[in-house]
Design a protein around this ligand. Structure first.
Ligand code: ADE
Length: 232
């Protein structure tokens, strides 16, 4: 039976979703609180992973091992890497890649984890399609894009860093968890999708734009997830 793991990055978003859930079990593991139950009639586990790749990867593994989820959704905010993708827009992942993995000295392509055999982790096509459709249905005023998510343990707030990521990886947005969730999902053979609202342009104004936008992003994201889970 379908059971969807939802990893939210924002406190407000996760709180909103939890308040709408019927909770049947609460498990705390690795300092993360997992709420299991139903949302909109669908079996879900909702959790806030914390920031960065290790938290995100561990969180995904716990969803696989302890809760045996069948699908994983990651929501949150991200910095835009494309001029046409603006603050408030939504990016649904086609795939995810690490922008801070470099084993080129050993002959691996930039971004590829040695011995993995893959450089980018591809999101589930049905989940991509339905996430885009849900976004158009419940947030029709928002522009939704599909594209590559780039992840690294770095808040990108510098034009030179942003341009280097674009040159090397050509992504649509940058954030700090998505690829680790994609990587762990791939290793566990669990279909995933990442849905990110743009909070800043990953340049010198990123630090000021980010907090202003977070509240709106959390509201949109909670609405979207509620609709989306019924269609997976
Ligand atoms: N999350 C939101 N904005 C970001 C940025 N500019 N860099 C990394 N993660 C982000």
């Amino acid at each position: 039976m379908k059971k969807i793991g939802i990893i939210g990055a924002m406190e407000l978003e996760v709180e909103t979703l939890k308040s709408k859930m019927t909770i049947t079990r609460t498990v705390t593991k690795a300092s993360m609180t997992f709420e299991e139950g139903t949302l909109n009639g669908i079996s879900v586990v909702i959790v806030r992973s914390g920031i960065g790749k290790v938290n995100a990867g561990m969180c995904t593994q716990i969803l696989a091992d302890v809760f045996e989820v069948t699908h994983i959704i990651n929501t949150g905010v991200a910095g835009s890497l494309k001029a046409e993708i603006n603050i408030g827009d939504i990016v649904v992942s086609t795939d995810a890649i690490y922008h801070d993995m470099d084993a080129t000295s050993f002959g691996y392509p930039l971004g590829e984890v040695p011995q993995m055999g893959v450089r980018e982790f591809v999101a589930d096509s049905h989940m991509i399609e339905e996430a885009v459709a849900s976004c158009k249905r419940v947030c029709p005023e928002i522009s939704v894009y599909t594209g590559r998510i780039t992840s690294g343990d770095q808040f990108v707030a510098d034009k030179a860093v942003k341009n280097r990521i674009i040159e090397n990886f050509g992504g649509s947005c940058c954030e700090m968890e998505g690829c680790a969730i994609a990587h762990a999902s791939y290793l566990n053979n669990i279909p995933f999708v990442i849905i990110r609202a743009i909070s800043d342009k990953a340049d010198d104004s990123a630090e000021t734009d980010y907090p202003t936008f977070e509240k709106h992003a959390a509201e949109h994201s909670a609405k979207l997830v509620e609709d989306f889970i019924a269609r997976i």
